[in-house]
Ligand binder design. Structure first.
Ligand code: IMP
Length: 459
């Protein structure tokens, strides 16, 4: 049996927590896209773990798989595994041989390109982890795959082809002297070959390399439960998001098939659970029609649309929700829930149900708004337009809900759905109605136990 977890918004919807809540019956947790740009915090037996690459289930003794659709920075991978081992855990993580490797030059190039774009205010606000440049090389058929690290001759051939191109890019296009860079070794074939051959040996010795599709199919055939854990979210999907303010992979459910080697039929035979935060946040640039505000100077994309006049409310929600980037520490821009965005997400991934997180964060407000539809050029739109320029011109048509009080959320979680304040239930039921899918769970606090679970997709 499989269950796929998909971020319905702009990332940071609390996917790691959901993997956790539904994770008891899970044997294998597989990531299908992205790399160490993701950030999740897992609380296990009172200890907090911050991970960016290792699938969150690995903290709880599940087998973690980084699928072929991922881009893997082996330095991050080993740092995270070593840190978990130092804390007494014994994580079991497998890496697809078909996954692409983030090499040190990818990170440098990510920074250089963002810097160049920022001269014309065109930066994406990437996490700087080299994600885009690695996927570019994958599509350009000049990437290095994890499996290549096992064969020093193949690795040398790949590096000897690609590194001179990267050097020329830095020196001739961006006019930067490689020797002036902080880490010129990132562009040195021999240094890269030494380091990454040793990484290949370590991956091999630790028996970490798999053919992901085969490995996951065998697990399913053996009756194991597989959870596919999407990173990032629908609106930063390279195809279905607000291009170019996107990441370079497919967080939507289709990515779960191409990024693991399981068929769309296998993915579609299980639940696809959309993870929705009760409001909206964004860490990078790009429009956000229901925006309340960002932090001037600190939030890339701040005031992108001349919005941001509701700073006080944005600050309140940011502080209550702890809305600061896990990977970067950047304060997040904050907005009201955007229903056209969610309808688009539900259609793209085919949500069979959803989890509504952080409902407690909005408690205590007099009223809570939702962008129910958009108005664009005199027309009312129920879903997002396909171009980012049009999206930026959309005016939200708000629906206003009466607020709900702060209550003892742990007790509510114990007592179940009917214990939620009536106005909070009205909010949940509105989202259910609009998405045509049931709320499987409602997050009412950061802890695992602070969740109202109505349906476990593995049962
Ligand atoms: P990249 O994935 O580092 O290339 O960044 C591309 C865009 O995706 C930027 O706007 C990032 O802020 C955003 N992004 C990447 N990873 C995450 C995430 O885990 N949560 C939220 N936004 C993300």
């Amino acid at each position: 049996m499989t269950v796929t977890i998909v971020g319905a918004q702009l990332g940071d919807e609390g996917k790691g927590g959901v993997v956790d809540i539904f994770g008891d019956a899970v044997d294998v947790v597989a990531r299908y896209q992205g790399g160490d740009n993701a950030g999740h915090t897992v609380v296990h037996e009172g200890d907090e773990y911050k991970l960016s690459l290792v699938p969150s289930g690995a903290v709880r003794g599940k087998t973690g798989v980084l699928g072929n659709g991922c881009v893997v920075n082996p330095r991050t991978l080993f740092d995270e595994l070593d840190a978990l081992r130092e804390r007494g855990l014994d994580p079991d993580v497998r890496v697809a041989k078909r996954a692409h490797v983030i090499l040190p030059y990818h990170r440098v190039l990510d920074g250089i390109e963002e810097e160049a774009k920022s001269e014309d205010d065109q930066e994406v606000g990437t996490t700087g982890r080299g994600i885009g440049p690695t996927y570019e090389d994958k599509a350009g058929r000049r990437g290095v795959r994890v499996g290549d690290l096992l064969n020093p001759d193949v690795l040398r051939d790949r590096l000897e082809y690609v590194v001179p191109q990267k050097r020329a890019l830095v020196e001739n296009v961006y006019d930067i002297d490689i020797d002036d860079l902080e880490n010129p070794d990132a562009f040195d074939v021999d240094a890269l070959h030494d380091e990454f051959t040793a990484i290949g040996e370590r991956l091999d010795e630790n028996d970490m390399l798999v053919n992901a599709g085969e490995f996951l199919s065998a697990a399913i055939d053996d009756g194991e439960n597989v959870m596919m854990e999407g990173a990032q979210g629908t609106i930063i999907d390279i195809d279905h998001g607000n291009y170019p303010y996107v990441t370079s992979s497919n967080p939507t459910a289709g990515g779960a098939a191409t990024g693991t080697g399981l068929s769309p039929g296998v993915v579609g035979s299980g639940d696809v659970v959309g993870i929705v935060k009760s409001y909206l946040t964004r860490v990078g640039s790009g429009p956000m029609p229901t925006e309340l505000g960002g932090v001037e100077g600190d939030t890339p994309g701040y005031d992108e649309q001349g919005e941001g006049e509701n700073e006080e409310l944005a600050t309140y929600i940011r502080e209550e929700g702890g809305e600061y980037g896990t990977v970067t520490g950047r304060p997040r821009r904050v907005a009201w829930l955007d229903m056209p965005m969610l309808r688009h997400a539900a259609r793209t991934s085919g949500f069979t149900g959803f989890v509504l997180n952080h409902l407690d964060v909005l408690a205590g407000l007099d009223e809570v708004k939702v962008g129910h539809a958009y108005e664009l050029d005199g027309e009312v739109l129920e879903t997002m337009p396909a171009t980012t320029e049009e999206w930026a011109r959309c005016d939200p048509v708000y629906e206003t809900f009466d607020g709900w009080p702060e209550v003892d959320w742990a007790t509510v979680a114990d007592d179940g759905y009917d214990a939620l304040p009536a106005n909070a239930r009205a909010y949940v039921e509105y989202v259910e109605e609009e998405l045509g899918a049931p709320a499987y769970a409602i997050g009412v606090g950061p802890g695992r136990e602070e969740t109202v679970v109505r349906h476990d997709p593995f049962e």
